[in-house]
Design a protein around this ligand. Structure first.
Ligand SMILES: Cc1cc2nc3c(=O)[nH]c(=O)nc-3n(C[C@H](O)[C@H](O)[C@H](O)COP(=O)(O)OP(=O)(O)OC[C@H]3O[C@@H](n4cnc5c(N)ncnc54)[C@H](O)[C@@H]3O)c2cc1C
Length: 478
C-alpha cells in the first residue's frame, strides 16, 4: 500500500491520492446507492500528462483502473468492483476550459468540467450547448462522452456523440491520442473519436473534448398535452416538426402511473392536470430568431402563438384532448422539474424491473401494447409505465408489482425481463438506449447483441488494452 501511495504520489502529488476510507467513500458508491465497490486508492490527476503517468504505472503493475467523472451512471459502471486492488481515476480536477471560439461555435474543455458549467459558459457567449439531463449539476463531460449520454434534446440535436467534434484520450499504456480537432470534415481513416464515445472507460481515459455550440434560443414555447395514444402523439410530433422547421427541442412521454407516483412520492411538485390523463406529452419548441422570439405590441410571442395554433388544430383532429401551455418561465421550469424528477420518483416507488430501451419510432405503439399483454400473461395485475424520450424512441419502461406482491416480482423477474427484451428484439430495438452497459447489462449483452459485433469489440479491446486494466468486467461479456 505504501508503495502504491508513493508511486502515485510521485505522479499526481500527495494531495491527488486518497487512501483513507473516509476520503474514498464518495467515489465508491454510485448515485442510487445500488452499487458499492472497493479500491486501494482514488487518484485525482490534474492534467493529461498526469493521467498518462498514472495509466503507464497501472499498465506496468497490471493494476485495474476505474475512470470516474461525476459518478452519476445508472448502469453500475461508475464505481469499482469489490476486489479492492484497483484504483479509481477521478477526472474531477481536470476542469480547464482550453479554448472557446464564438465564430466557429466550439468550446474545448477538459473531461472534469461539469455539464451545467458548460451550459453556463456557452450562455455567457450567447450560445447553447444542448446536452441536457437530470444529472447535469453533477455529471462531467468526460462521463457524458464515455456513456454517449442522451437526455431530453436528442430529438433536435442528437446524443453526446453528435455534439462532439474531437477528443483527446489517454490509452491504457499511457500514450496520449490527440484527435482533438474542431473539424466538421475529417475523413482520415477510422473514426477513433467515435470509438471512445460510448466505450464506458474500457479503452482508455477521455481527457478533453471539442464540443459543438448552437444559437441560444431566445424564446421557448412549452406545453403539456394529453394525447389519446402513442401513434397520434407521433403524428403530432411530425406535424410540429414540419410546422416549426424542425425546432422541436423535446417531446417527452409521461403516463398516468408516473403522474400518480409524483403525487405520492414528490407531492411538492406542481402537476399540470388535476386529473392525470392516461398519456401526456411534455413538448418544447425553441426560437432563435427575433422574428419568432420578440413579443409583438400586444405582448404575444410568435413561437408561443405557433404552438397554440398547432395544438388548437390538434384538438380539432383528435390528436390532443387537453393542453396546458406554460404562461411564464416559472411555469415552464415547473414542467421541467416534474420531468427531471422522474428518476427520483421511480426510485422512491419501491421494487420494480426497469428497462432503458429504444425502438423504431413507428413501432413504439405496437411494442407498448403487445408487451403489456405479454407481461400481463406472466404477472396478472403488474403495473407498467413507459416514461420516455418519445421524440427519439427511447423508453424508460418499468414493471411494478401489484400492491403487496413484491416477492412475486422477484420470483418472476427473470421471466419478465426475458419477455420484455425478446419483445424489444422482435422490433429490432435496443436493450440499452442511453444508460450504457456497465456491469448491470452483461447478460443482455451476451443474449441480444450480435455475436460478430461482440467479437469485433473484443478484438479492439485486446488491441488497445492487452492487460485488461481498463474498467475490467464492464461492457463486454466474458
Ligand atoms: C437523476 C439522473 C438522471 C439521468 N438522466 C439521464 C438521461 O436523461 N440520459 C442519459 O443518457 N443518462 C442519464 N443519467 C445517467 C448519467 O447521468 C449519465 O450516464 C452521465 O453521462 C454519466 O456521467 P458521469 O460524469 O457521472 O460519469 P460516471 O458515472 O462517473 O461514469 C460513467 C462511465 O463512464 C466512464 N467514464 C467516466 N469518465 C470517463 C472519462 N473521462 N474517460 C473514460 N471513461 C470515463 C466510467 O468509468 C463509467 O463507466 C442520469 C442519471 C441520474 C442520476
Amino acid at each position: 500500500m505504501a508503495d502504491l501511495e508513493s508511486a502515485l504520489g510521485a505522479i499526481v502529488g500527495e494531495a491527488g491520492v486518497l487512501t483513507a476510507d473516509g476520503d474514498k467513500e464518495k467515489y465508491l458508491t454510485d448515485w442510487p446507492g445500488a452499487n458499492t465497490g472497493r479500491a486501494a486508492a482514488v487518484v485525482r490527476p490534474a492534467s493529461t500528462g498526469e493521467v498518462s503517468g498514472v495509466l503507464k504505472w497501472a499498465n506496468e503493475t497490471k493494476t485495474p483502473v476505474f475512470p470516474q467523472g461525476g459518478n452519476t451512471a445508472t448502469s453500475g459502471g461508475g464505481v469499482p468492483d469489490g476486489a479492492g486492488n484497483s484504483i479509481v481515476l477521478s477526472l474531477e480536477r481536470m476542469k480547464a476550459v482550453r479554448e472557446t471560439s464564438v465564430s466557429a461555435r466550439t468550446i474545448t474543455v477538459e473531461a472534469g468540467v461539469v455539464l451545467q458549467e458548460i451550459h453556463r459558459l456557452a450562455e455567457e457567449r450567447d450560445l447553447f450547448f444542448p446536452l441536457s439531463l437530470g444529472a447535469q449539476g453533477s455529471c462531467m463531460i468526460g462521463g457524458n462522452l464515455a456513456t454517449n449520454a442522451g437526455g431530453i434534446n436528442v430529438v433536435r440535436y442528437g446524443n453526446a456523440r453528435e455534439l462532439c467534434l474531437g477528443l483527446e484520450a489517454v490509452l491504457p499504456d499511457g500514450r496520449v491520442m490527440d484527435v482533438l480537432t474542431g473539424l466538421h470534415k475529417d475523413n482520415t481513416g477510422y473514426d477513433l473519436r467515435d470509438l471512445f464515445i460510448g466505450s464506458e472507460g474500457t479503452l482508455g481515459v477521455i481527457t478533453a473534448a471539442t464540443l459543438k455550440l448552437f444559437p441560444l434560443p431566445k424564446a421557448r414555447a412549452t406545453a403539456f398535452a394529453a394525447v389519446p395514444d402513442i401513434n397520434r402523439a407521433l403524428e403530432l410530433l411530425n406535424r410540429m416538426q414540419a410546422e416549426t422547421g424542425g425546432a422541436v427541442e423535446a417531446f417527452e412521454m409521461i403516463p398516468k402511473l408516473m403522474m400518480e407516483q409524483y403525487e405520492k412520492h414528490l407531492p411538492h411538485l406542481k402537476r399540470p392536470f388535476a386529473d392525470p390523463p392516461d398519456l401526456s406529452i411534455l413538448m418544447e419548441v425553441a426560437a432563435t430568431s427575433d422574428r419568432e422570439a420578440a413579443p409583438a405590441e400586444d405582448g404575444a410571442v410568435p413561437v408561443m402563438e405557433q404552438l397554440e395554433a398547432i395544438l388548437g388544430e390538434a384538438f380539432e383532429t383528435g390528436h390532443v384532448t387537453d393542453a396546458v401551455i406554460a404562461a411564464a418561465e416559472q411555469q415552464r421550469l415547473e414542467f421541467w422539474e416534474l420531468r427531471e424528477s422522474a428518476y427520483e420518483a421511480v426510485v422512491k416507488s419501491g421494487p420494480r424491473i426497469g428497462f432503458d430501451i429504444s425502438l423504431p419510432l413507428d413501432q413504439v405503439h405496437d411494442f407498448v401494447a403487445n408487451t403489456e399483454a405479454a407481461v400481463e400473461g406472466i404477472f396478472p395485475g403488474a403495473r407498467l409505465s413507459s416514461v420516455g424520450h418519445l421524440g427519439d424512441g427511447n423508453l424508460h419502461y418499468t414493471v411494478y408489482p401489484p400492491d403487496g406482491e413484491a416477492d412475486r416480482l422477484e420470483e418472476l423477474r427473470a421471466e419478465i425481463k426475458r419477455a420484455v427484451l425478446d419483445s424489444v428484439g422482435g422490433y429490432r430495438g435496443s436493450f440499452s438506449a442511453e444508460h450504457g452497459i456497465g456491469d448491470s447489462k452483461l447478460t443482455e449483452m451476451a443474449a441480444y447483441k450480435d455475436p460478430v459485433a461482440i467479437d469485433v469489440m473484443k478484438s479492439i479491446k485486446a488491441a488497445l488494452d492487452p492487460n485488461g486494466i481498463m474498467n475490467p468486467g464492464r461492457v463486454l461479456p466474458a
